[in-house]
Design a binder for this molecule. Structure first.
Ligand code: GUN
Length: 286
């Protein structure tokens, strides 16, 4: 039997409709969520992402600012912009698009963003709060993964979740969120000795390694939930996930497509974080 597709686009549209309703309610109180997106340099993929974020703000009735800095801009210039955005009361969320040019230290930039405006959830204090289970702004892609699983009606508690990949942006935080949802969590990475064997014991398999079609049916337990976080451009120009979708389709119970799976959830969770930050600063819902 063929796996059921988890339609990220549909789930994302449903969440955006909820955000639009909440935003309209806030507007009645004179509060407009505001997001600042900062792009340094002119990487074409990053430029597309930044444009999509600004468009999402417009569609939902948020205020947005896009700051495009030249590739040669200094770290000092970027830090001074962040300082200004930290102080701006019409901005509730700040996102600096990664990767940054080599001469700028990523850590210094992430650390400079106010924790209250850290809608990426990358600040060490946000990461710490996530680990100890305190309220915080959650990293967007991992939060999107959990939301997709839950909204599909899949129980996480008690399941064995295997995460392939240990990046700070996806692998580590998604493992922490799955643990918070009471899964038993195993993290695999490039040095894991028997990855196929471990992956095959997963009820929920999350793959975030950035290698096209690297995970086939031999890694998947029959009936497992397979979440593919990868988006890779093939030489043909087509997009492919980290999972070999066609190969896995008859083994998995549920699978996310690429494109149209995890991808659409990420920007939606960014909007949700910006809304949450705007509510927190105005002490709404406390
Ligand atoms: N580049 C790729 N993914 C992300 C992300 O989630 N946030 C930021 N800021 N940059 C990225």
């Amino acid at each position: 039997m063929s796996a059921q597709r988890i339609e990220g686009k549909q789930i994302s549209d449903a969440i955006r409709a909820e955000i639009a309703i909440e935003t309209a309610k806030l507007a009645e109180q004179g509060i407009i969520p505001g997001l600042a997106v900062v792009l340094v340099g002119n990487d074409p993929a990053s430029s597309v992402y930044v444009g999509s974020k600004a468009k999402a703000c417009e569609q939902l009735g948020f205020y947005s600012e896009v700051h495009r800095l030249e590739e040669q801009s200094s770290q000092e210039d970027l830090l001074s912009l962040i300082d200004q955005l930290n102080k701006q009361s019409n901005i509730h969320g700040i996102l600096v698009q990664l990767p940054l040019p080599k001469h700028i230290e990523e850590k210094a930039v992430i650390d400079a963003i106010s924790v209250h405006k850290d809608v990426d959830g990358f600040h060490p204090v946000s990461v710490g709060n996530l680990v100890i289970g305190d309220d915080s702004l959650l990293p967007c892609t991992p939060a999107g993964v959990i939301e997709m699983i839950k909204r599909t009606g899949i129980e996480i508690a008690g399941k064995h979740a295997v995460v392939i990949g240990r990046s700070n942006i996806v692998g580590k935080p998604v493992a922490m969120l799955l643990l918070r949802e009471h899964a038993t969590v195993t993290i695999c990475h490039s040095k894991t000795a028997n990855m196929e064997e471990i992956a095959k014991t997963a009820d929920i398999l999350v793959v975030a390694i950035g290698k096209p079609k690297a995970i086939g049916a031999s890694f998947v337990k029959p009936g497992a939930v397979v979440i593919d976080v990868g988006i890779n451009r093939l030489p043909s120009g087509k997009l492919a996930g980290d999972v070999d979708y066609d190969d896995v389709l008859d083994t998995a119970g549920y699978i996310t497509p690429v494109p149209g799976g995890v991808g659409p959830m990420t920007i939606t969770m960014l909007m949700l974080n910006t809304l949450k930050a705007a509510k927190q600063v105005n002490r709404i819902g406390e």
